[in-house]
Design a binder for this molecule. Structure first.
Ligand code: ZN
Length: 302
């Protein structure tokens, strides 16, 4: 499939995962075959001052109790290392679930002390995200060969950035994030757009409306691990919050950080802008957990 874009659109479609055709077709067939919205359990829906909201659906997060252990267990979902937090009385794994994940039973592997290995199961429920079908002039859909090549290079680079896995931060307070900017938040995470019958990658983040120049702030303590001016995302900052939890902010008019900077909540990393593919000034905010883009709304404190 030809990579597609149009010059004018909101929400943006930055940072598509690799294998976009496969991802898209899987997602679309999911929509047809399983139209029911996922129901959250009462426990999952309850507000927590510490953990992100759990929602074991594509684009969501599974929160799995690993029980007590003298040392932090090591957990993987397939090859992906997972974020494990807690203390000796109770450890918890947080599992980021890709938008492309097929609903159904799943399990993670947990390595405890010695050779003790066990599996912890969970179920990925279906979730229907909206689909928007649009017709545009054919010349406005396809990327030029040069732009396709640039995007392919950047996607490979971002795949490497998104694989960053460092020691989990202590997170003494919480994992709930502060919004990087105040403003009206779109609920367009997961939105799938189809242009002239060609499916695009789903929207992988949250767009927040704010005036150009508004300070963009770190949502959690962390370290700046990547900055760049990318084709779709424009000026972008990636932050590592430890244990495979990252956040990125895009379309910035200016970047106020450099790689290696240690940030705490509220530190300025950039300014709202419209760089990259954006119709007007807004912030694109993405959250990565175990290399998968998950819904930032699940992390918001309010
Ligand atoms: Zn966006």
């Amino acid at each position: 499939m030809t990579l597609t874009t149009v010059p004018l659109f909101l929400p943006c479609t930055t940072f598509s995962p690799p294998h976009r055709r496969h991802v898209l077709l899987a997602g679309l067939s999911l929509l047809v075959s399983t139209p029911a919205l996922a129901a959250r359990t009462a426990t999952e829906a309850s507000a927590s001052p510490i953990w992100p909201q759990a929602a074991a659906v594509p684009g969501g997060i599974a929160r799995l109790d690993l029980g007590p252990a003298a040392t932090r267990p090591i957990a993987h979902w397939g090859e992906l290392p997972l974020l494990v937090l807690g203390d000796t009385t109770r450890w918890t794994a947080l599992v980021g679930i890709a938008l492309s994940t097929t609903p159904g039973p799943a399990h993670i592997a947990v390595q405890g002390e010695g050779d003790n290995q066990r599996q912890v199961g969970f179920t990925v429920a279906a979730k229907q995200y909206p689909v928007q079908k649009l017709k545009v002039a054919p010349g406005k859909v396809d990327l030029s060969a040069a732009d396709e090549a640039r995007f392919a290079r950047e996607r490979a680079h971002m795949t490497t950035v998104m694989a960053t896995f460092t020691e989990p931060l202590p997170h003494p307070g919480q994992l709930r994030m502060a919004a990087p900017v105040a403003g009206r938040r779109s609920s367009s995470f997961g939105l799938r757009r189809v242009f002239n019958g060609q499916a695009r990658s789903p929207h992988s983040g949250m767009d927040i409306a704010a005036a150009a120049g508004t300070p963009v702030l770190a949502p959690l303590p962390g370290r700046v691990i990547d900055i760049g001016d990318y084709f779709f995302g424009g000026n972008t900052v990636f932050m590592d919050h430890g244990g495979g939890l990252l956040s990125m902010v895009g379309h910035l008019s200016a970047i106020h950080a450099k790689v290696g900077d240690v940030v705490t909540v509220g530190d300025r990393v950039g300014s709202v802008g419209a760089t990259g593919r954006a119709t007007g000034p807004h912030l694109h905010w993405g959250v990565v957990l175990n290399r998968k883009m998950v819904d930032p709304a699940l992390f918001l404190a309010s």
